[in-house]
Design a protein around this ligand. Structure first.
Ligand code: 5AD
Ligand code: SF4
Length: 481
């Protein structure tokens, strides 16, 4: 669709901005069309699913502007790092990889290097890049994503571009998207976060909560279904508060039911849910709607009431456990996963013991555990540490050991059962195997040496009954029925 809102006084600011970006994209396309071959662009993504979704938009815009997408920085004419600020190790990786690009740029001085995403919304990081990484041509933050055609056009005219303003506001629809492999498509329903957990940088770098309209979300889901995607993952930092501040918006549970109504879509997942906002209405929707997968990621962060309070999580251990009880009552076969932070400031070994006992009590299918990482500007960065680094690492290892045992035991219970598995593709490590996921999101490796490669490929996107014959800590194995 080519819009023309530039000279129309009744056009909204957003449609005028979209038209401006469409015009910049045309200019970049024009510049690229003069080259002998389409220039190659490489987008590297760090961090969460929201970043993956943003990179799909960057890639979509790049393709639209005449770039060829490639799988590595080697030989690329344009490299973009879409960064994550949630923990320090992700940031260090970006700095390390940026350092390595200096050498590549020396060999190919025309190469353009860009960094974007959450890290760039932090002033001290943007300044470091400006001062110490002179080979970087483009720096832009999460809020400037929609202006990428303009940013790139300026950089291709030889300017260094810094666009890191703190201006989260309107949602800009309409960017072309280069989606990941079928059958799963990711669809953001909201951006930003209002919760200000004391350890977390997200509200500072992604701004306050903004929800997309149900009309825009449903239009995208229909498009995805028409394109042959079977599974949708609805994304947001806290999907359970979807619609707040959006006049007449449905609740998240109602939105989920609407998405389930889109024909062609067979499975619907969502993440992330803040436990304080997990409503009975949502639990009911999960129990009633066949397409909503029996899977819930419900980050608890800690099993200690004292730590939960210091984290500003706004629920107690007992309240969290009550939500787990209710969801399990309504959806008995639910696959539950969580996030845990080990070594939060002020955490003692007694607090840690509370987290261990919570893990034993809930018996999650899987956990994502992190050692606390100090984030500049967050309240927790000012809180004192109780444990040494050595103690934190020891606790972390102990927790992994406990959870690995639980995960394995839970997976063993699937042996002998039949699971509906949505086939995702050929195994990367074994030519005789295809992989897929159960409704609960567990990976299943299916041995099928009797099938040809073509037959295996043709099964992608199809739901098949699979007899589970083996269980590992992170996955199941089985055979087609
Ligand atoms: N240090 C360690 N882990 C963190 N997370 C968020 N901020 C931090 C931090 N400063 C974790 C939380 C969150 C997940 C996405 O990342 O567990 O749920
Ligand atoms: Fe960060 Fe808490 Fe918001 Fe999640 S809910 S993004 S942990 S502030």
């Amino acid at each position: 669709m080519i819009m023309n809102g530039q000279n129309d006084p009744t056009a909204s600011a957003e449609s005028r901005e979209l038209q401006k970006q469409i015009d910049y994209a045309a200019r970049v396309r024009e510049l690229n069309s003069k080259k002998r071959t389409p220039p190659a662009a490489f987008v590297e993504t760090y961090g969460c699913q929201q970043n993956v979704s943003d990179s799909e938009k960057l890639s979509g815009m790049l393709r639209d502007m005449g770039f060829r997408l490639c799988g590595s920085a080697d030989g690329a004419d344009l490299v973009i790092f879409n960064t994550c600020a949630v923990r320090e190790n992700a940031e260090l990786k970006v700095f390390g990889n940026l350092g390595a690009l200096k050498h590549k740029k020396r060999k190919n001085p025309d190469m353009l290097i860009g960094v974007c995403g959450c890290m760039m919304q932090q002033e001290h990081i943007a300044k470091t890049i400006e001062k110490k990484y002179k080979h970087v041509d483009i720096v832009f933050g999460t809020h400037a994503l929609y202006r990428f055609p303009q940013i790139l056009c300026e950089a291709m005219s030889g300017r260094t571009v810094f666009d890191v303003k703190d201006e989260a506001g309107a949602i800009h629809e309409g960017a072309p998207t280069e989606r990941g492999a079928k059958p799963l498509a990711k669809v953001p329903v909201m951006y930003g976060c209002n919760n200000f957990c004391t350890y977390c940088i997200v509200p500072y770098v992604r701004g306050r909560e903004r929800s997309r309209t149900p009309e825009n979300i449903l239009a995208e889901v229909r498009e995805i279904a028409d394109d042959g995607y079977k599974e949708v993952m609805l994304l947001g930092q806290n999907v359970n508060s979807y619609g707040a501040g959006l006049d007449g918006a449905p609740s998240f549970a109602q939105l989920l039911r609407m998405v389930c109504g889109v024909s062609g879509i067979e499975r619907v997942r969502f993440m992330t849910s803040h436990p304080k906002d997990l409503s009975d209405e949502l639990i009911r929707a999960m129990a009633e709607e066949k397409k909503i997968c029996a899977q819930l990621h419900l980050p608890v962060q800690s099993g200690s009431d004292r730590v939960l309070k210091a984290m500003n999580r706004k629920y107690t251990r007992a309240e969290y456990l009550e939500k787990v009880r209710r969801i399990r009552e309504a959806v008995p076969d639910i696959v539950l996963t969580t996030d845990i932070i080990v070594g939060f400031p002020t955490e003692t070994n007694e607090d840690f013991a509370d987290t261990m006992s919570l893990l034993k009590e809930v018996e999650y299918d899987m956990i994502f555990s992190f050692i606390y990482s100090k984030r500049v500007g967050t309240p927790a960065a000012e809180m004192p540490d109780c444990l040494t680094d050595e103690e934190k690492h020891r606790n972390f290892d102990e927790m992994l050991k406990l959870q690995n045992g639980i995960s394995k035991r839970k997976n063993l219970k699937y042996i002998g059962t039949t699971q509906a598995v949505l086939i995702e593709g050929l195994s990367k490590t074994n030519a005789e195997t295809i992989t897929g996921r159960t409704e609960g999101g567990k990976i299943v490796n299916i041995m099928c040496p009797e099938l040809t490669q073509t037959q295996k490929t043709a099964m992608c996107g199809i739901i098949r009954d699979v007899l589970i014959t083996g269980a590992q800590t992170w996955s199941l194995s089985g055979k087609l029925k």
